[in-house]
Design a protein around this ligand. Structure first.
Ligand code: HEC
Length: 123
């Protein structure tokens, strides 16, 4: 019986979080540009040129295609939602929740494009 209740609760949770209470608007405005977000929150782990920072274990992000970057960023941003291949570790490193709270949220496509156009060395 207890198990049944738990299952029902979980189902309700999934349904609720799936729909959300607020209607989602298509237009999201971000407080900072990808460049600002990168320089203030990503740079110390991924380097001023996206070359990576060994001490922080931040990998180089200067060789990936826009699509690859988008996929990685998607994983990172959605790491907590259970559908991603990102590990808890990645999610912790990137701490999206904290970034978002500080207003450092970003658009995945814009960030991928920024990183690619600014740092890519394979072009
Ligand atoms: C605390 C250090 C840290 C910060 C800050 C950080 N990263 Fe990372 N990032 C990592 C580490 C470590 C990995 C490797 C984890 C993994 O992918 O397994 C990673 C992986 C990535 C990848 C995937 C790279 C690949 O291998 O394809 C991208 C893209 C990325 N970060 C972008 C960003 C962006 C954009 C920001 C800023 C919003 C950011 N990171 C902030 C440490 C950091």
């Amino acid at each position: 019986m207890k198990k049944m209740n738990l299952a029902l609760c979980l189902m309700a949770l999934v349904v609720l979080s799936g729909c959300g209470d607020k209607p989602k608007s298509d237009v999201v405005t971000y407080k900072y540009t990808p460049e600002q977000v990168y320089k203030e929150t990503c740079l110390h782990c991924h380097g001023p040129k996206g070359e990576g920072v060994a001490e922080k274990k931040g990998p180089a992000i200067n060789k990936q295609t826009i699509q690859e970057l988008e996929m990685s960023l998607f994983d990172i941003k959605n790491g907590g939602l259970g559908q991603s291949t990102a590990t808890e570790h990645d999610v912790m490193e990137h701490n999206m929740k904290k970034l978002a709270e500080k207003g450092y949220d970003y658009d995945i496509k814009m960030m991928a494009t920024y990183i690619h156009n600014t740092f890519n060395i394979t072009k």
